[in-house]
Design a protein around this ligand. Structure first.
Ligand code: ACO
Length: 325
């Protein structure tokens, strides 16, 4: 059976570290409030790097780690809600920077589930025989769409990028998935609204307040716990395995309390969740691949290990994948 195997992983983040204490100098907050409610201690914030700088760096690392040439790349998919431009796509910018002259390149938007959706698309192209390999990346500079005067949201997010080089394989790889969308709830988490202003209408010009990340935190909490639990259960059922057979769960790194609920409900030991939100905050589409890369770089993954990646995000969306390493 054809599978899509993750051959190499990579990540990048701005050098600048902003701690909770640094944030307390900008908004009325405290390390205690942020740590207790979210588990986040610090995050990386851009000193000018844009999303393209981060994703290009990830793509270059992937080529090197996988020992493949740019000309051999078939497909580049980037998930982001904070691209440099609406057009060109980040994927096309990567294509130019790395010289992947034969690749088909495009971006997708599924917020914090973006990496899962992008990986799912790459998997389908590979399984249907259209392409043999792909670079799949999630990358964000959320600091440019966060309202730095809103303490309820600005403390949650960080900048970064992560990704994987994937290839057709006859052995291990992506085994099963569950992805979904609940557009009826789109308004509980929004960002980046641009009004339709032009010289022929009387819409006010300038940046709309809905440009910034706006969130109903409690509704997002409910959505995440309900759907991630269902989705992880479904994937394990599809594969006919129990949580005991899964070595690590890599959840979207939004909030430690969400993970605590999932752990309790599914009776999965908390230590089996790989978490690094303490150091990165919520990097949206980059959060899962950054965590996956850390796990991989620490040498904690062996061939044949089963891992589950599970994200939820704006849209609203969710996506879970079982991978045999
Ligand atoms: N520092 C200090 N106080 C704060 C802060 C802050 N940074 N932010 C809010 N508060 C205050 C509020 O003003 C409020 O004060 P009040 O009671 O005097 O009115 C109090 O804290 C409680 O505010 P809530 O918004 O009700 O806080 P809540 O307990 O719901 O926690 C949180 C907020 C952590 C965001 C929570 O709703 C949550 O975990 N939501 C899950 C969603 C999430 O993590 N989203 C991340 C991004 S979305 C995604 O990744 C898909």
């Amino acid at each position: 059976m054809i599978r899509t195997r993750l051959i190499a992983t990579a990540a990048d983040a701005p050098e600048q570290i902003i701690t909770n204490d640094d944030l307390a100098k900008v908004v009325d907050t405290s390390d205690e409030w942020i740590s207790q409610r979210t588990g986040i201690k610090e995050r990386r914030i851009s000193s000018g790097e844009n999303t393209s700088d981060l994703v290009v760096n990830v793509a270059k690392q992937l080529l090197e780690k996988a020992s493949v040439t740019p000309e051999s790349i078939d497909l580049i998919i980037v998930a982001s809600v904070t691209p440099d431009y609406n057009t060109p796509s980040l994927a096309c910018m990567i294509q130019k920077e790395i010289g992947a002259v034969h690749a088909v390149a495009f971006d997708i938007s599924a917020a914090c589930s973006g990496f899962m959706f992008a990986l799912s698309i790459a998997d389908k192209y590979i399984k249907t025989g259209s392409y043999e390999n792909a670079i799949v990346i999630g990358g964000e500079t959320l600091s440019k769409i966060v309202n730095w005067k809103d303490r309820a949201t600005c403390v949650l997010f960080g900048d970064g990028a992560g990704g994987a080089y994937v290839e057709k394989s006859q052995e291990s790889g992506i085994t099963c998935e569950d992805i979904g969308s609940a557009g009826s709830q789109y308004d509980i988490l929004t960002a980046g609204y641009t009004a339709c202003t032009n010289v022929f209408n009387d819409q006010p010009e300038g940046m709309d307040e809905h440009w910034y990340v706006s969130m109903n935190g409690r509704e997002v909490f409910k959505f995440a716990t309900k759907n991630v639990i269902k989705s992880m259960q479904k994937v394990m059922e599809l594969e006919g395995i129990t949580q005991e057979e899964v070595k690590y769960f890599i959840p979207h790194q939004a909030n430690a309390r969400i993970v605590e609920v999932i752990s309790k409900k599914l009776k999965i030991p908390y230590e089996k969740f790989y978490l690094n939100m303490e150091r990165y905050g919520n990097t949206s589409s980059a959060s899962i691949p950054i965590a996956l890369n850390e796990l991989n770089e620490k040498g904690l993954l062996e061939r044949g290990d089963k891992i589950i990646l599970s994200g939820f995000g704006g849209g609203m969306t969710w996506g879970t994948m079982l991978i045999t390493w």
